[in-house]
Design a protein around this ligand. Structure first.
Ligand code: ACM
Length: 539
C-alpha cells in the first residue's frame, strides 16, 4: 500500500463511494462495472491506434498522460497481438453510429476505445481520463500514485450535434492563450462548437488584409463606460483598450481546436453591432459621419447601410473569414439592428422602393439574403440570431434562438435548423446568485446552476418530427463586465458543466450531477480553472 498517498486513497474512495455512479461529466449513456481487476497504467503501457486518422488522438492522449504520470508512452499503429497494459484506439464500421459516439471497454488489463469517427475516439479518451484519479489532470509529475481505473464497459453517444459555448471577445479582448484554455475546457466536457464573437460596436478583433483599418482603428476604443447603461450620469474609464488576432494567430487557434474536435464558428455582426467597423470605414455607414469606436454598452444606432457596396465590402471580409475558418456555419449576427438611421434616410427609402420591399425588417432580410447566397456559393451555411426571422428567413439559414424558445420553434416548424441559446437558461453572463452584493459586478439577471441544468433545448410544443430541427444548444458569455480571464471562468463554471450534460446526456438527475460535480470540481482545481462553489456545497 506504500505507493498510495493518503490523498489518493481519499480520492479513490470518493470515486468508488458513488457506487456505479462514476464521477463522469457529462454522464454517459450506459456503464457496466465488470467484476474484474482494475487496469493499472505503467510506463510499459503502449497506445495503439488503428488508422492514421487517429494519430492526433494518440498523441493527445500521450501528451496528457505524460504530464501527471511522467510516463512517455509509446504510440504506434495497431498490431495483431497486444500485451496487457495496452490502450487501443480504433475506428470501427459501426452501423448508424451518431458522430461522436464511442465504446470504452476496460477489461483483462487492456483499454479499448472504439468509434466510427475520430471525434468519438476523442470523447472516449475524455471519459478515460475522468476514470483515473483526478490528479491525472496535473500538468506536473504527481509521484506515489497508482494510476488505476476500474474495469468497465461504457457505451456512449451525444444527445445533440451542436454542443456549444460562445465567448464575446469584442467588448473585452481575450488573449490567444486564454482562448486556447477555453477550447480545452470545452473539449474536456465533450462540447464541440466554439462560437467566437469577434466583432461589435465596441471592437473589431480579426485582421482582414483587404481592410487594414478594421483593426488599426476598429480594434481600439479610447474610453469605456463604468457600470450599467441605465446608471446615469454615465462615467467613463479613460484609456485606450482593445486588441485583435492576426490571421496567423487565428490559424493557430483553429488548428488547436481541430486537434480537440472543436469547430470554431466565427461571428461577424451585421447589419447592427457594427459601429467599430463603421468607425474604420464610415463610407459603409448611413450618415457619412465617423461615430468612433463605441465606449458605452447598449446598442448603437450606427449600423451598416443596405447599399450594394456595403454588401461587397462584407463579402470581401467573409471571403477572408472563410479562408481562415473551415466551419460549415458562419455566424452573421443579425441581432438588435436598430433601424433608426435606415428609417430616416431618403436613400434607404428609395432602395426600399426599388427592391419592392415593404419595411425595414424586409430590408434587413434582403441584406441577410445577399450574404446567405454568398455563403451558399462557397458551400457554407448562414447562422444568425433569431432576428433573422423578421422580414423573412433566408434559404437554409439556421436560427440561433436567444429571445426565449420562440425563434427556435418558428424555425423548426418551417423545417429549418435551430440552435437553442435561450437567454433565460444559457446566458452565463447573468448572476449565479441572488446575493448580488457578494458577486462580481454583472449584467443583471439570475441563472442558478440548477436552472442551467434544467434546460431542455427541445421546446415542448414541438412534435417529434419538428424536434429533429433542434440541432443543439449553447451557453453565452457576453463580456461587457467580464474583463479578467478568471472572471470568464467564474461565470462559466460550473454552469458549463451543467450545460455539458444538457447537450450530451440522455438522462439527467440534478442530485446525482451534484454528487459527481463534487469530485469534478477537484479536477477543475488541479487544472487551475476558476469556478463558483455551488450554493448546494456551502454549509
Ligand atoms: C444578443 O444577446 N443580442 C444575441
Amino acid at each position: 500500500m506504500k505507493q498510495f498517498s493518503i490523498l489518493t486513497l481519499f480520492l479513490l474512495s470518493s470515486i468508488y463511494a458513488l457506487g456505479q455512479e462514476y464521477a463522469l461529466i457529462p454522464y454517459p449513456s450506459s456503464i457496466i462495472t465488470k467484476k474484474e481487476k482494475d487496469f493499472i497504467l505503467s510506463k510499459a503501457s503502449v497506445i495503439y491506434y488503428s488508422d492514421k486518422e487517429l494519430k492526433n488522438n494518440a498523441n493527445y492522449l500521450q501528451n496528457v498522460l505524460k504530464r501527471a504520470t511522467n510516463f512517455k508512452l509509446t504510440t504506434t499503429t495497431l498490431k495483431s497481438k497486444v500485451h496487457k497494459g495496452a490502450i487501443i484506439l480504433s475506428l470501427e464500421k459501426f452501423k448508424n453510429a451518431t458522430k461522436g459516439s464511442y465504446s470504452l471497454e476496460v477489461s483483462d488489463g487492456v483499454i479499448r476505445i472504439s468509434a466510427a469517427d475520430p471525434s468519438g475516439v476523442f470523447y472516449g479518451i475524455q471519459t478515460l481520463l475522468q476514470l483515473f484519479p483526478v490528479e491525472i489532470y496535473s500538468d506536473t509529475w504527481v509521484k506515489n500514485i497508482k494510476w488505476k481505473i476500474p474495469a468497465v464497459q461504457i457505451l456512449d453517444e451525444p444527445k445533440f450535434e451542436w454542443r456549444g459555448m460562445h465567448l464575446d471577445v469584442a467588448r473585452n479582448f481575450k488573449s490567444v492563450a486564454f482562448v486556447k484554455k477555453f477550447i480545452d475546457n470545452l473539449a474536456r466536457h465533450k462540447m464541440n462548437t466554439f462560437h467566437w464573437h469577434l466583432t461589435e460596436d465596441q471592437g473589431w478583433r480579426i485582421e482582414i488584409k483587404k481592410y487594414p483599418r478594421l483593426t488599426q482603428i476598429g480594434a481600439y476604443r479610447d474610453s469605456t463606460l463604468i457600470g450599467h447603461m441605465r446608471d446615469k450620469p454615465h462615467r467613463f474609464k479613460v484609456g485606450r483598450t482593445g486588441g485583435y488576432y492576426t490571421q496567423e494567430e487565428i490559424k493557430e487557434v483553429v488548428k488547436y481546436a481541430q486537434n480537440r474536435h472543436v469547430t470554431i464558428v466565427p461571428e461577424i455582426e451585421m447589419p447592427g453591432h457594427a459601429q467599430a467597423a463603421i468607425a474604420a470605414y464610415p463610407e459603409y455607414g448611413n450618415t457619412g459621419a465617423n461615430p468612433g469606436v463605441r465606449s458605452k454598452w447598449g446598442i448603437s444606432e450606427d449600423i451598416f447601410s443596405p447599399e450594394e457596396k456595403t454588401i461587397e465590402f462584407l463579402k470581401d471580409i467573409l471571403n477572408e473569414v472563410m479562408e481562415l475558418f473551415p466551419s460549415q456555419y458562419i455566424h452573421i449576427g443579425g441581432d438588435e439592428a436598430k433601424k433608426t438611421q435606415w428609417e430616416s434616410s431618403k436613400r434607404v427609402k428609395e432602395l426600399l422602393k426599388e427592391r419592392g420591399l415593404h419595411d425595414m425588417h424586409e430590408m434587413q432580410s434582403w441584406f441577410i439574403k445577399q450574404i446567405s447566397n454568398h455563403l451558399a456559393e462557397n458551400n457554407r451555411k448562414l447562422i444568425g440570431w433569431d432576428e433573422i426571422l423578421e422580414g423573412g428567413l433566408a434559404n437554409n439559414a439556421t436560427v440561433m434562438s436567444w429571445r426565449g424558445d420562440k425563434g427556435g420553434v418558428t424555425a423548426a416548424k418551417k423545417g429549418r435548423n435551430a440552435v437553442m441559446a435561450n437567454s433565460k437558461f444559457t446566458y452565463f453572463s447573468k448572476y449565479q446568485s441572488l446575493d448580488k452584493e457578494n458577486e462580481p459586478f454583472a449584467h443583471g439577471g439570475f441563472i442558478s446552476l440548477k436552472k442551467a441544468y434544467s434546460f431542455n433545448p427541445i421546446p415542448s410544443v414541438l412534435s417529434p418530427k419538428e424536434s429533429k430541427y433542434i440541432i443543439g444548444a449553447q451557453g453565452q458569455i457576453w463580456s461587457e463586465y467580464i474583463v479578467e480571464d478568471n472572471y470568464v471562468e467564474y461565470m462559466m463554471f460550473p454552469r458549463a458543466c451543467a450545460l455539458a450534460e444538457v447537450v450530451w446526456s440522455k438522462d439527467k438527475d440534478y442530485q446525482k450531477f451534484l454528487e459527481r460535480l463534487k469530485i469534478h470540481l477537484k479536477r477543475l482545481n488541479i487544472l487551475g480553472i476558476n469556478y463558483r462553489v455551488p450554493d448546494e456545497f456551502i454549509k
